[in-house]
Design a protein around this ligand. Sequence first.
Ligand code: SF4
Length: 244
Amino acid sequence: MTKGWIHSVESLGTQDGPGIRYVIFTQGCPLRCKYCHNPDTWCMTDGQEIEVEDLMDKILRCKSYIDKSNGGVTISGGEPTLQVEFLSELLRKCQEEGIHTAVDTSGYVDQDKFLDLMPNIDLVLLDIKHINDVEHQELTGVSNEKILNTLKLLEDNQKNFWVRHVVVPGINDSIKYIEELSDLLEEFNYLEKVELIAYHELGVHKWETIGLDYELADVEPPKEENMKKFRDIFLKKGINTVIK
Ligand code: SF4
């Protein structure tokens, strides 16, 4: 009877992987991204504790429309790899039921842990925040070393993955930076898609509710024309890229 802490579920998700997804948002995150729109997931025990079996019952009730859309289950967060036993069992049971599995992760995870999980993951959604380590620490509070190691681990283990990158004006939206990011990603054969996500302020009220100071209050979302320019840089290098 393995239990895990979750924040919430979304039974008709269309933003986190292919098709219609049953999305599970887990509790707990070791990062503190300045633009986090789910700061209420940071503390592990703020959520609801649930057994894998109970969660599987809920997932299986949705299986018919998941199957029809070539969808699956996505486990997101917070950072799902913090609860490795729970995640491992949940992924294994989904695959036993013939359900496609995706894990949405910051990649901030020990390599041996991730290697153990990998056979039960069909698709990894890797959220890269910044490829410069100093800037990454400033933005998230942690080094990006583990994250870039995870990127390499995915390629070395021939695991299909998408990269998600939130474009934040003034932080990671220069043409030079986007060129560098696309140069880095160009080398990866198992990268299926890049999602460039325009920074937005939708989670700001949560910071206020929790009583936290939102440092990016003066940052505006990026202009659409700039997002298109960034997308085109990736497309020119043959990287399948979409704006979200
Ligand atoms: S990794 Fe995700 S959940 Fe964690 S702080 Fe960053 S944006 Fe928030």
